[in-house]
Design a protein around this ligand. Structure first.
Ligand code: HEC
Length: 160
């Protein structure tokens, strides 16, 4: 991917509208806010351009579980009743935890009593699935990358 970035990004050939479309088609928008739109399972990516080097950005798209920020980490929770839930803790009180169990749907959650929790461990897998780029062709991947680095503005050196 870095090799195609080297040749494909330099040409001022990227297409903003196509990048935006790919961000939705590859489901990124389900979990990431970008320029004021999208889900909250993962971090807002609008300012990705200021936060990532190309290599790190590419790596976090291809190997999501290599580096997982604490704030967005999933937990695996086993209850005394023997049930196991995996998800993101979105709310904690003295007695209860709220755990969203479907990373693509924030309305799917369970509320667990702390007294019912047998064991709780940070998950070693990211909530972001691996392989999301597998069904994209090279042009789509490059437009997606350029879009992710655009801060929502359709101008910049990468675009036509
Ligand atoms: C099912 C939800 C989900 C989907 C779909 C998803 N992501 Fe993520 N993504 C996450 C979560 C959660 C994190 C934070 C945890 C981690 O670093 O793995 C993350 C992290 C990232 C990061 C690192 C951000 C940072 O601040 O560290 C990038 C870049 C990223 N995703 C890009 C993408 C792109 C591009 C797509 C579409 C191809 C995508 N994601 C699809 C959930 C998702």
């Amino acid at each position: 991917m870095l090799a195609s970035v080297k040749t494909g990004m330099k040409k001022n050939s990227r297409n903003f509208a196509h990048g935006k479309k790919t961000f939705a088609a590859a489901r990124c928008i389900v979990c990431h806010r970008f320029d004021g739109d999208g889900g909250a399972t993962g971090p807002d990516l609008t300012q990705a351009a200021g936060r990532f080097k190309m290599k790190d950005l590419v790596e976090s798209m291809i190997h999501p579980s290599k580096v997982v920020s604490d704030q967005y980490q999933a937990h695996v929770i086993q209850t005394v009743q023997g049930k196991v839930y995996t998800g993101r803790i979105v709310n904690e009180t003295g007695n209860e935890l709220t755990v969203v169990t479907d990373p693509e749907n924030a309305t799917k959650f369970v509320v667990l009593k702390r007294s019912d929790i047998e064991e709780m461990l940070p998950a070693n897998q990211s909530l972001m699935p691996a392989g999301l780029l597998d069904q994209l062709n090279e042009e789509e991947v490059l437009d997606l990358l350029a879009y992710t680095l655009s801060r929502g503005k359709g101008r910049g050196p990468n675009f036509k």
